[in-house]
Design a protein around this ligand. Structure first.
Ligand SMILES: [Zn+2]
Length: 128
């Protein structure tokens, strides 16, 4: 049996056991796996948490993987990140995972308002 971390199209993460990796593939293709949160059958394997013990040499890999995850699951709001984060935090916009650009001052302002943001050392596209 293999335990996979899975994620649905809405970004819910859950765990499921499979007889083999192949069994996972077959069940996923057949739509036989559904998200326990929303019932979506469009699921895929979630990336495993990067292991910090692998050292600095892997830092670039981790960053590329992080970037891939962020870009595939989060909405790019471009340079207006701080505005969007604020609107979501105060319920003025639909709650969803977002990423974008913010200046250090904007990040500090958000953190001062106890809005949970995570500064990442990533370049993001400007064409939001
Ligand atoms: Zn879901």
């Amino acid at each position: 049996m293999i335990l996979f971390n899975l994620t649905c199209a809405s970004g819910h993460e859950f765990e499921a056991w499979f007889r083999t990796g192949e069994a996972y593939g077959e069940q996923a293709a057949a739509g036989a796996i559904s998200c326990p949160d929303c019932g979506a059958t469009e699921v895929r394997k979630a990336p495993m948490a990067p292991s910090v013990s692998r050292g600095v040499a892997k830092r670039q890999d981790v960053l590329s993987e992080l970037r891939r995850v962020v870009e595939s699951h989060f909405e790019n709001v471009g340079e207006n990140f701080a505005d969007h984060a604020r609107q979501i935090h105060y319920g003025e916009a639909e709650a969803r995972p977002i990423y974008g650009q913010a200046t250090p001052e904007e990040v500090k302002g958000l953190l001062d308002e106890e809005i949970p943001v995570l500064p990442l050392p990533l370049e993001v596209d400007h064409d939001a």
